[in-house]
Design a protein around this ligand. Structure first.
Ligand code: KIV
Length: 273
């Protein structure tokens, strides 16, 4: 097995992610929702691009992820897929399209795969949606699980605070993680849980465990692109590291453009026909 670096232009596959875990190579994952950003993120060498239902917050301006529809996720998935050559692309199944029954889950996942050409889907939850996940897996569609803070359940949780701090919830999470691996999920996202618990799960599972707010003991990290690039300027939880201040850069650039238009400085003689 050769090392899989960001310079390696071969397409990332679910199988390759499992090899990366076996070799102890960390997996990078970031969200994208549109063609232009997905192209840049793929060119940078990202391993996995998540077309997250966080599009509901950062693209559509909703307070939660719940309003996102299957058609909207397919629109974002298609846009991203046109740009990506290397990264594995995962599309989130939106709230209400898989929890009802396995057949509904199956047809939602099939629509995502047929219409976006993405590589796989992600679903939030454990034992409660086991049959839905199994039905999707039966169709040969790879599934990434998502446990811990699952934003589609925010109305049940009532808060975005750290999950699984209590023994009973931690035990259920460990059981769910093992179940997801046993039924055939190829990877798992753990969101906002204690670092020690996330490490325990990553150590016990053979499939890659990708964390967000779950510490450094897991097999990879995922962030929401608008948060880490500083586009979403008002959101600064403890787990977030900002790699740029694009929001301030945009406000400054747009302000300069406004001033140049108002003053008549733009366009000049060279900027006209
Ligand atoms: O929708 C999303 O962006 C996600 C990540 C937070 C993992 O599910």
């Amino acid at each position: 097995m050769s090392t899989y670096t960001a310079e390696d232009k071969r397409k990332v596959t679910t199988h390759r992610l499992i090899e990366m875990k076996q070799r102890g190579e960390k997996i990078s994952m970031l969200t994208a929702y549109d063609y232009s950003m997905a192209k840049l993120i793929d060119e940078a060498g990202m391993d996995v691009i998540l077309v997250g239902d966080s599009a509901s917050n950062v693209m559509a301006g909703n307070v939660t992820t719940l309003p996102m529809t299957l058609d909207q996720m397919i629109y974002h998935g298609k846009s991203v897929m046109k740009a990506v050559n290397r990264a594995l692309v995962v599309v989130d199944m939106p709230f209400g399209t898989y929890q009802g029954n396995p057949l509904e889950a199956f047809s939602s996942a099939v629509r995502i795969m047929k219409e976006t050409h993405a590589d796989c889907v992600k679903l939030e939850g454990g034992a409660e949606i086991r049959e839905s996940i199994e039905k999707i897996l039966c169709a040969g569609i790879p599934v990434m699980g998502h446990l811990g803070l699952t934003p589609q359940s925010i109305n049940k949780f009532g808060t975005y605070a750290v999950r699984a701090k209590e023994k009973a919830e931690a035990e259920k999470l460990i059981n769910d993680a093992h179940m997801l691996q046993e039924i055939g999920c190829f990877a798992l996202v753990l969101e906002k849980i204690p670092a020690a618990l996330a490490k325990q799960v990553a150590d016990e599972l053979t499939i890659p465990v990708i964390g967000i707010g779950a510490g450094g003991g897991v097999d990879g990290q995922v962030l929401v692109m608008h948060d880490m690039l500083g586009i979403n300027m008002g959101f600064s939880p403890r787990f977030l590291r900002r790699y740029a201040s694009i929001g301030s850069t945009i406000i400054e650039a747009v302000g300069n453009y406004i001033n140049d238009v108002k003053s008549g400085d733009f366009p000049n003689e060279k900027e006209q026909y």
